[in-house]
Design a protein around this ligand. Structure first.
Ligand SMILES: [Zn+2]
Length: 207
C-alpha cells in the first residue's frame, strides 16, 4: 500500500524519526478522495536499529523488502509473508553476518513457497523419477532427471540439498553451502520466478 505522511520533514513533525526504512510500525491510515492513503498516527513496534549500522545488513534488509514487494504486489494481506519478513529483519538485526547469501536465498525460497511457486524437489518435475536428478528447469518447475534435462541447467547434489534444507528448516537454521551450490540455487530461484511470475529480482549479495 502507498501512503503519504504530511509534514514529515518538519523538525517538529509528530511522526518524529519513526517513518524510516525497515521500521515495523502500527499505522493509522486515512482513506480520502485521492488514491494515496494519509498517515494519521505512527507507533513503533520494532526499529531494528543495528540494520542501519552495517552496509551489508542494510543491503540484505533492502533486498528482502524488495523481494516481498515485487512478488506480492497485489495489496492483499499475506500474514505468513509479513511474519517471514519480520523474522528475516530480526535475524539480520540480531546478527549482521546473517545478511549473507545462504540466508537471503533461503528467504527467497520461502517466499516462493508462500506465493505457490515452490520448486518441486522430491523427484524429477517432468517424469517423477527419484534418482539421477542432475538439473533444474524453471519451465518444468523443479529438479529434473538425466532423461528430462532439455532446457535445464546442471544442479549439483550440494545445491539440491541446500534447497531442500532451506525450505524445510526455520530461517534461523539455514545451512551454509559451497559458493557454487549457492550460485546454482540462486539460478533455480531466478528461473522459477521468470517462468511463473515473469519477474526478475536483483541478485542477492555475493558476500
Ligand atoms: Zn525425468
Amino acid at each position: 500500500m502507498s501512503a503519504i505522511a504530511k509534514g514529515v520533514r518538519k523538525a517538529k513533525s509528530r511522526f518524529g524519526g519513526r517513518l524510516e526504512p525497515f521500521f515495523r510500525l502500527n499505522l493509522v491510515l486515512y482513506e480520502g478522495r485521492s488514491d494515496m492513503l494519509t498517515v494519521t498516527s505512527v507507533e513503533t513496534i520494532e526499529a531494528y536499529p543495528r540494520v542501519r549500522e552495517h552496509g551489508a545488513a542494510l543491503d540484505g534488509a533492502a533486498r528482502a523488502c524488495e523481494a516481498v514487494s515485487r512478488i506480492f504486489d497485489d495489496g492483499d494481506p499475506h500474514e505468513g509473508v509479513y511474519h517471514l519478513l519480520a523474522n528475516q529483519l530480526a535475524l539480520i538485526d540480531r546478527d549482521v553476518t546473517r545478511a549473507g547469501r545462504a540466508n537471503s536465498l533461503a528467504f527467497r525460497l520461502k517466499l516462493l513457497l508462500a506465493a505457490g511457486f515452490a520448486p518441486h524437489l522430491a523427484g524429477c518435475a517432468s517424469c517423477g523419477d527419484r534418482e539421477h536428478l542432475v538439473g533444474f528447469s524453471g519451465a518444468a518447475g523443479g529438479v529434473v532427471c538425466g532423461s528430462c534435462e532439455a532446457n535445464a541447467f546442471p544442479l549439483d547434489e550440494d545445491a539440491h540439498a541446500f534447497m531442500v534444507a532451506a525450505l524445510g528448516r526455520p530461517l534461523a537454521e539455514t545451512p551454509d553451502a559451497p559458493p557454487l551450490a549457492l550460485a546454482q540455487a540462486e539460478r533455480a530461484i531466478i528461473d522459477t520466478l521468470e517462468h511463473h511470475a515473469h519477474l526478475r529480482l536483483r541478485p542477492v549479495s555475493t558476500r
